[in-house]
Design a protein around this ligand. Structure first.
Ligand code: NAP
Length: 326
């Protein structure tokens, strides 16, 4: 599907509708970098922040690989700096979330909880959400010992014994962070080899508070009022055992937030938006940036770069359609 539209903002906003040249969905590194570039191009962008200002990075304790911060920078602090810089050039942030989109004609229509937006270009940077294990006890005990965010909940586990599920960079990075509070941290991984990079692997393996349970999965989380234990299964021997624990943190990857665009934008088999090297989706005037369109790199710096590129292309697109129109 390739929809090419030539009329610039043909429909006039009616009462309660807000018109904008650039509407950015999401306020993570991609969204706020897109906003910075669009604002500096005098496009007065509006950012719908979504539920979490800053997205996933705002929940990260420390970011150690964003250039310019040799000592690392707090995730929240980085988001504040991104926001401040984007606002300095005229970005408007709305603490609102898109609930419906119509990309069939321009201006693109975005319905939020509070308003209706009409946008000449759209930059989608809605990010991704933590993947769940989908096992018995997980939903019931979330917030009562089951967590997906070490920065948010680590403090509640002072001197407690924790299980971490996952073998990627997130699981290891957050395990190291959790040793500040916890008595012990046991990483449960479904294979006997970690996915995480060697640097984090070395740091984790040399941490005296961290242990590993290999070739194992958690099949159930048990507890009345709060987590008391988990059921572990050895995937090789199929043996099961009950393992007493105070809390379980799950870091097993993410699911892109693209449900809103189903049947309107092309996606890959995992649900990530398909974009070309210019951040274009299959609908002319709709761009995507950051983890919503990137199942591979998912770094703050790559998301920020994609956001900047999307805004540059949105600007070109607006120039093109206005010169076609004149
Ligand atoms: P990830 O790399 O996709 O790793 C997910 C981990 O969870 C894998 O070890 C996977 O096991 C395991 N897993 C997946 N589904 C599972 C299930 N149902 N049950 C049990 N285990 C399951 O995700 P991530 O760690 O969130 O990292 C995402 C991206 O962000 C990566 O590109 C990563 O490099 C990046 N990142 C970088 C940093 C950093 O550079 N400091 C920090 C955090 C994240 P298998 O290995 O067997 O598939």
């Amino acid at each position: 599907m390739d929809i090419n539209l030539i009329n610039l903002s043909s429909s006039k906003p009616t009462k309660g509708e807000i018109s904008t040249r650039v509407l950015i969905l999401g306020s993570g590194p991609a969204g706020l970098s897109a906003a910075l570039y669009a604002a500096r191009a005098d496009l007065d962008p509006i950012v719908l922040t979504g539920m979490e200002l800053g997205g996933q990075v705002s929940l990260t304790h420390i970011v150690e690989n964003y250039p310019g911060f040799p000592e690392g920078v707090g995730g929240n602090e980085l988001v504040e700096l991104f926001q401040k810089q984007a606002e300095r050039f005229g970005t408007k942030l709305e603490f609102d979330t898109a609930s419906e989109v119509d990309l069939s004609k321009r201006p693109f229509k975005v319905q939020t909880f509070n308003s209706t937006y009409l946008a000449d270009t759209l930059i989608i940077s809605t990010g991704a959400t933590s993947r769940r294990l989908d096992i018995p006890g997980e939903t019931e005990l979330t917030g009562r010992g089951v967590s997906y965010c070490a920065t948010c909940d680590g403090w509640f586990f002072k001197d407690k014994d924790l299980i971490i599920v996952g073998g990627g960079d997130s699981a290891l990075e957050e395990s190291i962070f959790l040793t500040r509070y916890a008595n012990s941290v046991t990483i449960v991984h479904r294979r006997d080899e970690l996915r995480a990079g060697p640097f984090l692997q070395n740091r984790t393996k040399s941490n005296p508070k961290i242990d590993f349970i290999w070739n194992s999965i958690v099949t159930e989380i048990l507890g009345e009022e709060a987590v008391e234990s988990v059921r572990l299964q050895d995937v090789v021997t199929k043996e099961e055992r009950i393992y007493p624990i105070d809390g379980i943190f799950i870091f097993i990857g993410h699911i892109p937030n693209t449900q809103l665009f189903k049947d309107q934008l092309d996606m890959d088999e995992l649900g990530y938006l398909k974009v070309d090297h210019l951040m274009k989706t299959n609908v002319a005037g709709v761009f995507a940036a950051g983890e919503v369109a990137d199942s591979h790199f998912r770094q703050v710096i790559t998301s920020a770069g994609m956001g900047a590129a999307a805004a540059i292309q949105a600007n070109h697109y607006l120039d093109e359609i206005s010169s076609n129109h004149s």
